[in-house]
Design a protein around this ligand. Structure first.
Ligand code: UD1
Length: 346
C-alpha cells in the first residue's frame, strides 16, 4: 500500500510542487488548504502533471475539529508536511495577530492530533529569516549559526513554530520532526502547469520581475545599490522550486525509513551560492533574451543585506542536492508568466 502524506497548504506555491514530487515518488497525497491564497484548480494541475488527482479538503488548519475529521477520514497517515501559513512580511507588520494566530495555532493543532492518529513524521516549512542578518564572517550560514531577533511578526512566527515543535518533541511526543530552513524559492514546474500566483501587486522579486518583463508592471524597482556587497545590491540564495520540493521528499523518507537519529533535525535548503539582485536581473535578460526595464530606488525597510546558506548538511545527510541552475529557474519562471498570459490569467 502506498504511504499517505498530508500536505497542508498543498495548493500553494511550495505545497503544490511538493505534492507533485511526493506523488511521483509513489506517495498517496491528501491536501488540506483553506484557499486563502491559492485556487482549487491547482489540484487539476497536479493531476495533469502526475496523472493522479490528490485528495483535497478545503479546511483551515486553525479549525481543530475540522482537522480532526480529515485525519480520521484518511487514516492511516504516515507523515505531515506543514506549509499552510500566512507569508507576507509587510502584511504581518500591519496585522500581527492574524499571523500569530494562523501560523502558530495551525502548527499546534497538527502536533496535538499526531499522536492520537499515530502519525510519525512532521516536516516544517521554516525560513532563513530565522538567521536575521548574519555577521559576514558567518556567511554562508549553517544550521548551527545563531538565530536572531526577527525583523517582522511573520519571521517571528517561524521562530516560534520551530520552538513549539522542538519543545513538543523534547516532551517525549511519539513523533520525529525536520525543520527545513528555505532560502529564496523561485521558478515554476518545467511543464508550466503550476507556478507562483501572487495576489495583487507582487511583493517578491521574481513575480514582480516577470510581470515587468511581460508588461503588466512598468518598471522593476531595485531596492538599494548602496549595500556593502560587490555591486551594492542585496544578496540572496535563490533555490529552484522543484529542487526545494524534492528536499521535502528526502526529509520525509529519512523519518519514515527510520534513518533519522534525532527527534528534531534542522536542514538549510538552498544552493549554497549568493546572487545579487543586479546579477539576477542580468542573468534573466541573458537566458530569456528579454530586456528588463528596471531602476535603482531606495532601500526597502526590513531588508537583510546578504544571506546565503551552507547546505553541506542536507547534501550529506539527506543525500539531497540542488541540481538546477539559476538560468533553469529563471527560464521556468518566464515560461510560467507567458503561460499565464496565454491562458488569459494575467
Ligand atoms: C522575504 C522574507 C522571507 C520570506 C519571503 C517570502 C525576510 C528577511 N525575508 O524574503 O523570510 O520567506 O520574503 O515572502 O523577511 N527586491 C527588489 N525589488 C522588488 C522585490 C524585491 O529589489 O520589487 C529585492 C529585495 O530587496 C531582496 C530580493 O529582491 O534583496 C528578494 O526579495 P524578496 O523576493 O521579497 O524576498 P526576501 O525579502 O529575501
Amino acid at each position: 500500500m502506498k504511504k499517505r502524506i498530508l500536505v497542508t497548504g498543498g495548493t500553494g506555491f511550495i505545497g503544490s510542487h511538493t505534492s507533485v514530487e511526493l506523488i511521483e515518488s509513489g506517495y498517496d497525497v491528501v491536501i488540506v488548504d483553506n484557499l486563502s491564497n491559492s485556487k482549487a484548480d491547482v489540484i487539476y494541475g497536479i493531476e495533469k502533471i502526475t496523472g493522479i488527482r490528490p485528495a483535497f479538503e478545503q479546511v483551515d488548519c486553525t479549525d481543530l475539529p475540522a482537522l480532526e475529521n480529515v485525519l480520521r477520514k484518511y487514516q492511516p497517515i504516515e507523515g505531515i508536511i506543514h506549509f499552510a501559513a500566512s507569508k507576507a512580511v509587510g502584511e504581518s507588520v500591519k496585522e500581527p495577530l492574524k499571523y500569530y494566530r494562523n501560523n502558530t495555532v495551525s502548527t499546534i493543532n497538527l502536533l496535538e492530533l499526531m499522536p492520537q492518529f499515530g502519525i510519525k513524521g512532521f516536516i516544517f516549512s521554516s525560513s532563513c529569516t530565522v538567521y536575521g542578518q548574519p555577521n559576514t564572517e558567518n556567511l554562508p550560514v549553517r544550521e548551527t549559526s545563531p538565530r536572531q531577533d526577527a525583523e517582522s511578526p511573520y519571521g517571528n512566527t517561524k521562530k516560534i513554530d520551530e520552538d513549539i515543535i522542538t519543545d513538543f518533541c523534547k516532551s517525549g511526543a511519539p513523533i520525529q520532526a525536520i525543520l527545513l530552513r528555505y532560502f529564496n524559492p523561485i521558478g515554476a514546474h518545467p511543464t508550466a502547469i503550476i507556478g507562483e500566483l501572487p495576489n495583487g501587486v507582487p511583493a517578491n522579486l521574481i513575480p514582480y520581475l516577470t510581470q515587468t518583463a511581460i508588461g503588466i508592471r512598468e518598471c522593476l524597482s531595485v531596492f538599494g545599490d548602496d549595500y556593502n556587497t560587490p555591486d551594492g545590491s542585496c544578496i540572496r540564495d535563490y533555490i529552484y522550486i522543484v529542487d526545494l520540493a524534492k528536499a521535502h521528499v528526502a526529509a520525509m523518507e529519512r523519518i519514515l525509513n527510520g534513518k533519522s537519529d534525532k527527534q528534531v533535525d534542522i536542514f538549510n535548503i538552498g544552493t549554497g551560492t549568493g546572487v545579487s539582485v543586479l546579477e539576477l536581473i542580468h542573468t534573466f535578460e541573458k537566458c530569456t533574451g528579454v530586456k528588463l526595464n528596471y531602476k535603482i530606488v531606495g532601500r526597502r525597510a526590513g531588508d537583510i543585506e546578504q544571506v546565503w546558506g551552507n547546505v553541506d548538511k542536507a547534501n550529506k545527510i539527506l543525500g539531497w542536492h540542488a541540481t538546477h541552475t539559476l538560468e533553469d529557474a529563471l527560464s521556468s519562471a518566464w515560461k510560467w508568466q507567458q503561460k499565464l498570459r496565454a491562458d488569459g490569467v494575467m
